[in-house]
Design a protein around this ligand. Structure first.
Ligand SMILES: [Zn+2]
Length: 202
């Protein structure tokens, strides 16, 4: 789903002159990387669970921590890059080409698709009690929200304010970076608390 969304967003964002949609497409590219990371983490923790039951619990926690931290760094880097691109586009605001309506159709489709992803992943996360999948589900929900921002930017641009699309792109960049920061900080605090409990509690 994310691979299809990313392709459509980037190609149409570029063809329909929407910085907002393009920024959201770059975000979906990072999502694909995050999905890959989630797959690897789940693989590794399943393999660790096979080896030794008591020890495996710690081990799979550690894999989840490493995976979450990598996703956090990826999100912060993507957010900063998106912000930078949209800010540099604001300077050359001379070409006031307004966004094409096709970008709007794609962005609305992205909202629906991401909300569907949220419900699907949350269902599986509850069934399997996986914290990494719960995080992944909430991420899909926040992706739906950032697609809403893209829609607002595109609507503004179609109404004759081309700047609104660039502002939307900058906002999406900030949202991506903030998401990475929150995830990274939560993971860091969580693993620190666990390590402290392991050394003092046993
Ligand atoms: Zn995302």
């Amino acid at each position: 789903m994310n691979a299809v969304l990313m392709t459509v967003q980037i190609v149409l964002g570029w063809m329909a002159f929407s910085d907002g949609l393009l920024a959201d497409g770059v975000h979906t590219l990072a999502d694909l990387g995050a999905d890959g990371m989630v797959l690897i983490v789940l693989r590794l923790s399943a393999a660790a669970a096979h080896r030794r039951a008591g020890y495996a619990f710690n081990q799979s926690d550690r894999y989840e921590t490493a995976g979450s931290l990598l996703i956090a760094i990826l999100l912060i880097a993507t957010g900063m890059q998106t912000l930078w691109t949209s800010l540099s586009h604001m300077n050359d605001a001379g070409n006031g080409a307004s966004v094409h309506a096709a970008a709007l159709v794609v962005a609305v489709f992205v909202i629906v698709a991401k909300e569907a992803l949220f419900r699907y992943i949350m269902g599986v996360a509850k069934r399997t009690r996986s914290s990494v999948l719960v995080a992944s589900a909430w991420h899909a929900r926040s992706d739906a929200i950032s697609a809403c921002v893209a829609v607002l930017g595109i609507l503004g641009s179609m109404a004759g304010v081309p700047m609104s699309d660039r502002v939307a792109a900058a906002l999406i960049g900030l949202m991506i970076a903030r998401m990475g920061w929150t995830l990274g900080w939560k993971t860091f605090k969580g693993s620190f608390a666990r390590t402290a409990a392991e050394t003092t509690g046993q």
